[in-house]
Ligand binder design. Sequence first.
Ligand SMILES: *[C@@H]1O[C@H](CO)[C@@H](O)[C@H](O)[C@H]1NC(C)=O
Length: 265
Amino acid sequence: MLAVLLLAAGAAVAAQQAAYAVFDAPLVNVSLFVMSRCPDARICETVFEEVFKLDHMMDKVNLNIDYLGHIDKKAPYGVECMHGDLECAGNAHQLCLQAHVPLDKFYPTLSCMNYANFPGAIGTIALTHKCAHTAGIDWWRSGVGACIEGKRAERVSRLAEREAWLTGTEVELPLVLSEEEMDEWADADALEPLAKEAQKRLVQSVRHTIKEGVTKSCTIRIASTLKHSPRECVVDGGVWKGCDDGHSPADFARVIRAEWANLHK
Ligand SMILES: *[C@@H]1O[C@H](CO)[C@@H](O)[C@H](O)[C@H]1NC(C)=O
């Protein structure tokens, strides 16, 4: 009996290792350093939206987006952001998405947040929720909801769902706001609560950006095994700087393909 169990366990471990081997295939590290309500960040993110539409690009990249700010224990979310607390919230929401959903769900959500009347309602839960839903993310099941709104909010919501199911009534859907209503809400700058996990991710990300010595949003870094230093590029005031390899989606794709090929030769 024990032997059978051990055998089964061994098979399970082997299967898991095989699965990890696939994920462990080296990917090209691409880092964007941004601020969620910064127009220059939007330029970088829009270029990468095009990069990721190209053949198999998503499978070759390990994308990390980190945020610029100053650590400030007295700030509502523990960080001071250039475009205000709403931006801090937007950064934190995007970090929760990155942490809990795969790239092919995260990126469409990010693009959706950037798409509206920029910076519009970026940083409001209403917009993040709407965009996540549009990208096919289950708010609670993915872990994104708890990261942003907390476990308590999740329990309340699940209880309401269960209650509705038991009594055969309709679940009361969260109020769906129009784009204009969301923008107005953002303008009012009423701070929404941000759960512990989201705040922790925000502080960690800002610390990482400081440690990396990045001071401009947007900064793009592509880790290189072909060159001695990372390939770095900045968009500052709408102007691209330092992109030795070009800054069109095709240029970034070419660089990523070359780096990927070098990791897999
Ligand atoms: C990518 O980044 C991770 C984490 O920093 C690191 O462990 C890994 O070696 C990097 N891979 C490449 C190919 O640069």
